[in-house]
Design a protein around this ligand. Structure first.
Ligand SMILES: [Zn+2]
Length: 307
């Protein structure tokens, strides 16, 4: 998960249609009237006559086609950050009045969002849960009170991080999972706090993700460093060329952090936060005789771009 910039008040047209309040009033009486076509923004392209989905297209552009939670490229399922029909382990009937609310819609993959094993209808909070009545003004739904970063919703203090409101790098870091030889997420803000809870809610340390983080981000760096060591020990390159190869590798890593279309941006970003994190996730996976030299070069590169 990474911080995403979305203008929360500039909605796609299907989410700001004039009859929205009337539609939500009907949904208050019958949640089965929640219409997938509206929150996916289905429309017919006048020129091509092809059915398209404006909300999906807008979210895919903002999130670069990635899942809001695990940051893998995915077919876009529209996830309601606050569940629309029920909330597991509560008597609350779900935030049905947010079913067409732009700040409540995020794109996810199937695995992060599925019931049983993924987020499903989970939405634990620290404070008092908001009701439909809390979001009314003079008997009518107040759309300003439906925005995720406004009271009363923000005052619920949800455990699940919101990628458009919270900055995940303040709550999450990574560590090596030696059991599955992968990279695991770890909460930064304390036991059972928002970081840990977010990992738990969306199952962000599932085995497949541990391995993919390692294979997509860490493994290519390790391979190139090992290749440089091989060339040096076979005297195909001298020590200056060896340093150039390692610096080129680090340069690429720093550049890739800016390429938001890549998967696992938070991991790439975390790797360059400090030499100690790079050491724990990358250098530690090299052989003993390669660790000291690699770490020294990384610190030298790191200092050169921070001075
Ligand atoms: Zn996902």
């Amino acid at each position: 998960m990474r911080k995403v910039n979305k203008n929360l008040t500039q909605k796609p047209s299907s989410l700001s249609r004039p009859d929205l309040l009337d539609l939500l009033k009907k949904i208050e009486a019958d949640k089965n009237l929640i219409n997938t076509d509206i929150y996916r923004g289905k429309y017919k392209d006048e020129h091509t006559q092809i059915i398209r989905e404006e909300v999906v297209e807008a979210l895919e552009e903002i999130y670069h086609g990635k899942c809001a939670y695990c940051e893998q490229h995915t077919y876009t399922y529209i996830e309601h950050y606050r569940p629309k029909k029920r909330i597991i382990n509560t008597h609350h009937g779900g935030y049905f009045w947010l079913c067409y609310e732009w700040s409540n819609l995020v794109p996810t993959c199937h695995e992060c969002n599925k019931i049983g094993g993924g987020k499903g209808d989970k939405f634990p909070i620290k404070n008092k849960r908001s009701t439909y009545e809390d979001c009314l003004w003079e008997g009518k739904l107040d759309l300003q009170k439906c925005i995720a970063n406004q009271p009363p919703l923000i005052d619920e203090n949800p455990y699940l991080l919101h990628p458009e409101i919270d900055n995940p790098i303040d709550f999450l870091t990574f560590e090596i999972d030696s059991q599955y030889q992968g990279i695991a997420l770890k909460g930064l803000d304390g036991h059972n706090e928002r970081g840990e809870q977010t990992i738990e809610i969306c199952n962000l340390n599932r085995k497949e993700l541990l391995r993919k983080r390692q294979e997509s981000v860490i493994y290519p760096i390790l391979q190139n460093i090992k290749l440089a060591f091989g060339l040096l020990s076979n005297q195909k390159i001298n020590t200056t060329q060896f340093q150039d190869l390692l610096f080129a590798e680090f340069e690429q890593l720093f550049q890739q952090v800016k390429e938001l279309k890549l998967s696992f941006t938070l991991l790439r970003r975390t790797l360059i936060v400090s030499p100690s994190i790079f050491k724990s996730l990358v250098t530690a996976q090299l052989s003993d005789n390669q660790q000291e030299i690699t770490q020294a070069f990384f610190e030298s590169y790191f200092n050169s771009i921070h001075t």
